[in-house]
Design a protein around this ligand. Structure first.
Ligand code: HXC
Length: 514
């Protein structure tokens, strides 16, 4: 063959290998409102940046007439590219080829690109759209998942790992996303479950739809398995691009700094915090009043909304923000909000992103439900994550900081670098009402007018403790600041902490309260 014939042959082979599972399967994919695997990669990556590898890998199935089948790319596309100029490794399962099911060669392609990502120290993005382990390939399919889970674990904290669920993600397959850092889901397209509706019907005799069992909303709102929820695949890709702008390539780098920008004019801290200390407000408006261009990428927005977490920039530097949300359950820490915050803190710490904590909470949520759900064990995760974090840690106490909540929300005792408090801060063992009822019970009971006495004692307690000055007198608060100065103080603290270096005691690893 001449060179031009060989090139024509190559092109023909490439066309054949990248055709997916054929017209019918592609039409069925489109009818479900889904893009094809290749379209997804091209939509997510920078134009012309995608380079595909292992296009000609052949599938390894031999039983059930599998050897007679042609499965292009073995149902998964792998390669490298860039997002906003940042290098990434990527794979996308192709549901049009054998339902994107994972056989031996399919898994080998994924583990190879994961190994690449680890060697090149760049993020790995996995687009999941699959019926799970390829049933015809038996134990080789299971082995493939095991190989992926192992790599997910090894890559954890080394390179960012992003999972995008754009179709079914069933059975053991769900554990790869669960081991990664961020899971993206799309309304009416994503489904995640260990056991599907068929099995549930057989075993439990219950009928349930895929959507109700593990659809996007369920994963984003109820289970907390998903970190980002989008209404369309396009919106999901925009969210991924935005996330990538806040995080570094790997744990040896910092996120790329951006030009400094002031917050938008409509957000002013002074206007947001209510005069009445019992009145709720939306802490997201405070965040927007503090961060560059008021741009805040909220993580797990729908799950445990009593705590708000997400990425922003202050003076051009990426920061992770953790803020109690007084609008929901008064911003208490409970089982879910503790899990949510602790994991986020660990991500930021692993990837050199400073932590900014905004405190306004009455403490941990009381009650039998929380105690039985393990609020002790889960709440401890927050203490562990903050204590262990060595990135710059800046805390601002806006209003209430009572009891365990005061300690847990990155107090000096957990080695915050800077703790600032507004004059509205109330730092004490518990709220004035509860405290007065306990410590002045006798006086209140014996008074001629107990109600009047109660009020008097509450005021007495407030005067003594419900302020930031007692904590400031012990040095637990570094500076009591005017709310309008907050951005300036945080910004300075971040700049001055740029070269912070702190190491943990030598150990193989800690034993966090998982
Ligand atoms: C082989 C599979 C497959 C699988 C789907 N297909 N899942 N082939 N192994 N696991 C094939 C179908 O046979 C079909 O092939 C094509 O993919 C499209 O599937 P449909 O069923 O027609 O699509 P749809 O109606 O959209 O339903 C999608 C689905 C369903 C919900 C994912 O296919 C399904 O329930 N599949 C099995 C899911 C499951 O239980 N997986 C767990 C496996 S066990 P044709 O040739 O007809 O087009 C597991 C354990 C791993 O994963 C443990 C690791 C630790």
């Amino acid at each position: 063959m001449t060179l031009s014939q060989k090139i024509a042959d190559l092109k023909r082979r490439m066309r054949e290998a990248s055709q997916g599972g054929g017209q019918k399967a592609i039409e069925s994919q489109k009818a479900k409102g889904k893009l094809t695997a290749r379209e997804r990669i091209l939509a997510l990556l920078d134009p012309k940046s995608f380079h595909e590898y292992d296009l000609f890998v052949a599938h390894a199935g031999k039983d059930f007439d599998m050897d007679k089948k042609f499965l292009p790319g073995d149902g998964v596309i792998t390669g490298t590219g860039t997002i906003n100029g940042y290098p990434v490794c990527i794979y996308a399962q192709d549901f049009t080829v054998a339902g994107g099911s994972l056989g031996y060669a399919h898994a080998k392609k994924i583990t190879k690109i994961m190994d690449h990502a680890m060697k090149l120290k760049v993020p790995i993005i996995g687009i999941n759209d699959s019926g799970g382990a390829r049933i015809q390939e038996g134990v080789n399919a299971l082995a493939g998942y095991g190989d992926i889970f192992y790599r997910n674990t090894m890559a954890s904290g080394v390179i960012p790992q992003i999972s995008v669920i754009l179709g079914p993600c069933a059975g053991g397959a769900v554990y790869s996303p669960a081991l990664t850092d961020f899971v993206f889901v799309v309304d009416k397209i994503s489904q995640m479950f260990i056991t599907g509706p068929e099995v549930i019907k057989t075993v439990l005799g219950e009928e349930i739809s895929k959507e109700d069992l593990g659809g996007a909303k369920v994963q984003a709102q109820i289970t907390g398995n998903a970190h980002f929820y989008a209404r369309s695949e396009e919106e999901c890709f925009e969210q991924i691009k935005q996330l990538m702008s806040f995080i570094p390539w790997n744990n040896e780098n910092k996120a790329k700094p951006f030009p400094k920008k002031p917050p938008k004019r409509q957000y002013k801290v002074d206007d947001i915090i209510p005069v009445d200390p019992t009145e709720p407000y939306d802490v997201r408006n405070i965040i927007k009043a503090l961060v560059d261009d008021s741009e805040f990428l909220e993580v797990q927005e729908l799950f445990a909304p009593n705590i708000v977490i997400g990425f922003a920039r202050i003076s051009g530097q990426s920061v992770g923000i953790i803020a109690n949300q007084p609008m929901v359950l008064a911003g208490v820490l409970d089982v879910d909000s503790s899990d949510k915050a602790a994991r986020f803190i660990r991500f930021c710490d692993a990837f050199n992103i400073p932590l900014v904590t905004l405190v306004d909470l009455p403490g941990y949520l009381p009650g039998i439900d929380q105690e039985h759900a393990g609020v002790i064990r889960h709440g401890a995760k927050v203490l562990y994550a903050y204590s262990e974090a060595t990135v710059p840690k800046i805390t601002v106490i806006l209003r209430k900081a009572y009891g365990g909540g005061y300690i847990a929300m990155c107090s000096h005792h957990l080695k915050a670098d800077f703790v600032f408090a507004w004059p509205t801060a109330e730092i004490a063992v518990m709220g004035p009402e509860g405290a007065a009822n306990i410590i002045f019970r006798k006086e209140i009971m014996e008074a001629e007018n107990p109600e009047e006495m109660r009020k008097k004692k509450i005021e007495e307690y407030k005067d003594k403790f419900a302020n930031p000055y007692v904590a400031a007198a012990y040095g637990y608060v570094d500076a009591v600041i005017e709310p309008a100065e907050t951005r300036h103080f945080i910004s300075h603290a971040i700049e001055i902490s740029m070269n912070k270096s702190e190491s943990l005691p030598k150990k193989k690893h800690g034993i966090p309260p998982f």
